[in-house]
Write a protein of this length. Structure first.
Length: 379
């Protein structure tokens, strides 16, 4: 606790210094959003929302890619050491090349226990997707205050803690998901309609701090594939573009995707879902992937899973065809992850946690588990 207190105290001092030097703005003005952000958002809203994500567009993009081996980074996020300890890789017959972890409450993001000594990923030397939360609106915090710098000290403490615990490991292996699934109403960092500009300014602040503390780490913008009704959020307005120094704020666009609520039970339903909308926003993976393409960055699926519990409110079932079609879609949109193209799949993690989603050990999805093990992942 004393060490964490010292981190927070140092963070407060750093924020004061950065602000005094003009490296962090507390006004949230247009300059802080970056010169290209407004134009990119306007272009996205005007040109990409209607008609951009179509089968013909996807086919045209695929035809334009070179006939090189299609590979991607494949892994899992799991309770305990199932993923980081090699158990998942042994079970599926090939090692994971990326993992996923969550330290996403206000307290957890300054402790970062999963990657610190004694944590599940403390000895992992590979790529890691790290969900860190952002704010807690259920405790009175807001994106408007975040945009003005109210939580900079906590975010500095978060990044400094990551840097300290990651130690000698390559920081370029880190993919930090800030405020993941912000388009779901049950997330403490949910973004509502009218808050998009404040969110972008807050994300820009976090990125600026990242460049100062962990400049080689990547930031990932990751909504859920589906958007909760009633939030009124416009996903097209969340893309931040570049900051005032011309640096890319986000390096990867991603979505978390589950075969739940909108369940694909057949190949036809899977194909239809790829291009579907929900509550006026994109739902389908292909629609989201094409957003990444239009924004000039690679794409990722940090969490995906089938929901096998038929009694679950999301209407689950053991559907091995879903696993097979996800594998085919990943491969069709992969490429060279060392030199990713816009819209190319960079990485994916199976969410092997909670009974309804788990494949190893499985309670609800024995057929899906068998299908997963029978497939090749990452190539």
């Amino acid at each position: 606790m004393l060490a964490l207190t010292a981190f927070v105290a140092a963070a407060v001092t750093l924020v004061v210094v950065l602000t005094s030097r003009g490296l962090l703005s507390d006004h949230g003005d247009a300059r802080f959003l970056g010169a290209n952000a407004g134009a990119r958002v306007a272009s996205s809203v005007a040109g990409n929302r209607v008609g951009a994500a179509t089968p013909s567009a996807a086919a045209a993009w695929a035809r334009a890619q070179p006939a090189a081996p299609r590979t991607w980074w494949s892994g899992a996020g799991a309770a305990g050491a199932v993923a980081s300890g090699g158990i998942w890789g042994t079970w599926r017959g090939e090692p994971i090349t990326v993992g996923a972890t969550w330290d996403d409450s206000n307290q957890e993001m300054v402790e970062m226990r999963s990657i610190c000594p004694g944590g599940t990923w403390a000895r992992w030397n590979g790529r890691l997707d790290v969900a860190v939360g952002a704010i807690e609106t259920n405790h009175g915090e807001s994106w408007a205050r975040a945009a003005r710098g109210a939580y900079d000290a906590r975010w500095v403490a978060n990044l400094q803690r990551i840097k300290a615990c990651w130690g000698k490991r390559d920081p370029a292996l880190l993919y930090i998901r800030f405020a993941h699934e912000m388009n779901l109403r049950d997330m403490p960092w949910q973004v509502k309609g009218g808050e998009e500009t404040d969110f972008v300014r807050a994300l820009t602040r976090y990125s600026t701090l990242r460049y100062l503390i962990l400049p080689r780490a990547k930031l990932v913008l990751c909504p859920s594939d589906g958007t909760s009704g009633g939030l009124g959020i416009d996903l097209y307005k969340l893309w931040p573009g570049k900051d005032s120094e011309g640096r890319q704020i986000v390096q990867v666009y991603a979505v978390d995707s589950y075969n739940s609520w909108v369940v694909a039970r057949t190949a036809e339903e899977f194909q239809s879902k790829l291009f579907a909308d929900q509550n006026g926003m994109p739902l389908g993976l292909e629609k989201h992937r094409l957003m990444a393409h239009d924004w000039g960055v690679p794409f990722a699926v940090p969490e995906w899973a089938g929901n096998g519990n038929p009694r679950d409110e999301g209407t689950g079932a053991d559907l091995p065809i879903y696993v097979r079609l996800m594998n085919e879609w990943f491969r069709a949109n992969a490429g060279d992850p060392r030199n990713p193209k816009p819209g190319q799949l960079l990485y994916e993690n199976y969410f092997n946690d909670q009974d309804r989603f788990t494949l190893f050990p499985t309670r609800f999805q024995p057929q899906s588990a068998a299908q997963y093990r029978a497939l090749t992942w990452g190539r």
